[in-house]
Design a binder for this molecule. Structure first.
Ligand code: HQG
Length: 182
């Protein structure tokens, strides 16, 4: 599959596995899974015929490993980023001392005042490296980088989870745990 098509399919999967399963008539389990056969049939009905081998290629070739199969290989879900109501049932994880968040200057006043909020998603997304945070911020403009004192947050009782593809998730980050990086 050429790269352009791979990206196109990946975007469709993101849409249906994170935000709008109903658009193609599928339902996610409470923890976000859908049967691969059901998904492929629904995509086919909606103008995107895809074989299982091609789906494997998209899952494997995805730059951020956004999707994962379950152990049986019969179900698939998005590893993070949902706006629909799912509980991924990820175990609580101990974060590194510092995590990072990339944003843009137009959000900065609000963020430093009220902290990071999940906005349309289920959790605030934090990165383990400055580089990743920069890439996340750059989706919206000139990136502004924030360091999150995750160790202190955890010590204060905030819970963290890490998704299958290495994105750190937490419900919200109060402003006292945020520092702007130069
Ligand atoms: C901002 C992509 C005002 C926040 C990425 C961000 C990531 C606030 C935006 C993943 C705010 C939300 C998530 C507050 C946060 N006031 N603005 N209090 N709190 N914001 O897309 O972190 O390609 O939901 O800074 O790579 O940008 O989809 O979150 O700019 O991993 O796999 O509100 O999405 O991954 O935007 O990105 P998003 P995000 P995928």
């Amino acid at each position: 599959m050429d790269k352009k098509h791979l990206i196109r399919v990946s975007k469709r999967l993101s849409r249906h596995l994170r935000h709008a399963p109903g658009d193609i008539g599928v339902t996610l389990t409470p923890d976000g899974w859908v049967d691969v056969d059901t998904l492929l049939a629904a995509l086919r009905r909606n103008g995107l015929p895809l074989t299982r081998a091609e789906l494997d290629e998209v899952v494997e070739g995805n730059d951020k490993r956004r999707f994962a199969f379950d152990e049986s290989g019969l179900r698939i879900r998005a590893s993070q980023g949902h706006s629909v109501d799912v509980d991924l049932a990820l175990p609580a994880a101990i974060p590194p001392d510092v995590l990072y968040h990339g944003t843009v200057s137009r959000f900065l006043d609000a963020i430093l005042h009220e902290g990071l909020r999940p906005m349309k998603r289920h959790a605030v997304h934090l990165s383990a490296t400055v580089e990743t945070a920069r890439t996340v911020g750059a989706r919206r403009g000139v990136p502004v980088l924030l360091a999150v004192d995750a160790g202190e947050m955890a010590a204060a009782g905030h819970e963290f989870q890490v998704s299958a593809n290495g994105v750190w998730l937490t419900a919200a980050v109060p402003p006292e745990f945020l520092r702007r990086l130069p």
